[in-house]
Design a protein around this ligand. Sequence first.
Ligand code: NAD
Length: 484
Amino acid sequence: MQAAETLLRETARDLFVGGVWRPASGGATFGVENPATGEAIAQVADATEADAKAAMDACVAAQPAWAATAPRRRSEILTEAWRRMLAAEDDLAMLMTLEMGKSLEESRGEVRYAAEFFRWFAEEAVRISGRFELAPDGSARLLTLRQPVGPCVLVTPWNFPLAMGARKIGPAIAAGCTMTVKPAQQTPLSMLALAGILEASGLPAGVLNVLPCARAAEIVAVCLDHPGARKVSFTGSTVVGRTLARHAGERLLRMSMELGGDNPFLVFADADLEAAVDGAMLAKMRNIGEACTAANRFFVASSVATEFSERLARRMAAQTVGPGLSGAQVGPLIDERARSRVAELVRAAIDGGARVLTGGAAPEGPGYFFTPTVLVDVPASAEILHTEIFGPVATIQTFETEAEAVSMSNATPVGLAAYVYTRDLARALRVTEALEVGMVGLNRGVVSNPAAPFGGIKASGLGREGGREGIDEYLSVKFAAIAV
Ligand code: NAD
């Protein structure tokens, strides 16, 4: 644990505003805890309203010069940051595991995934194109430009402390926008470390400002109300997203919303069951089930349901549960509130008649662990079938026909991701088209990829992150009509 202590001692805990690391005005701090032990690991500067105004002032001041910076230069800064992140993989991963709980191996994977957004957007920064056309009636020439939106407010969740930031910061830097980032209260250390890397990579002062804080609603509101703010990009729960969308709507800010999911995982009778179980483990257990893309409802053809459920239960039961630094596969949930919520959902389902194939309760001892759980015969009215579980719990329901599987999948107000296992190509394409989601994993348990447009439909949000679409969220279109 010596390495962890040294790392924590050397980790930034101040605000980063206008290129300066400093305490919060007034000097307040808040505590960050290790969810594997429940112990405090750091005190971090707690930004105030005055700090929020200062951060947005810094964005506004830095915006013109940053927009005028050559795309190649912006690209080089991102490439340098990508390199530095990979070089610092071990430290960044340990920091993330300490404040968030996931296994070291998963944290390492996230560092690489987050860094890849910088590489991807370094490549996009130099490909921001416009158009030059003759109007159809020949009366004018039309010049279409794409310019940076301007100062952005970026609000990120705790479940992927680096990646959810990198996929906003990367395109904002590439497009020439300045930004204020408000990381989740539970996991500010990873974002502060990332800011340090970007600073060392040559990012000019004021382009990126970071405001850890304990009072998210108040601090984000000041940022959105700042007259210089032009855009908000939020990743988090649908309920908070709605509040911010209302606020952004009032101010008529551009907005991107990456919100919650209720993702179905469909296994048809013709599926390769072994591959489906492998995919289910990834889709369910990645990030301890605390992923917006986590499989939330398993729908399995009734003829293979028993076999699939038993195989999945065996794999879930074999997972090792323990602190992320210990080498265990399944770390703790983020806090006591998250664990009690999962425990209550499971308890209510069991009380209502659900059968437990494995798990079912929280283990003894410190930390916010929950045992990997598989439930079948869950009553239709149980809340666990109608909410984002955000934990290592799989519920399995059965279906008879393809139409039924699609209709059960779509019976939810949100539409982020879906997973489909079948060997029938025509069915795979038919179901992909019919599912009301933004992303589909076809015979694959992971959809995320920096080169692909990530995002949802329905109440899962607005806009896309990553892919060729990702940079558009940070660009405004302008056109000039030019006399012939
Ligand atoms: P959350 O909505 O509670 O918090 C997200 C961020 O918003 C945090 O920084 C938090 O401090 C801040 N926040 C909270 N209340 C706020 C308010 N009133 N005003 C302004 N900011 C506020 O979400 P969470 O618990 O951190 O994350 C889990 C949720 O995020 C899940 O629903 C998950 O599905 C979703 N998520 C979505 C994606 C995606 O890309 N679609 C990715 C990861 C997580």
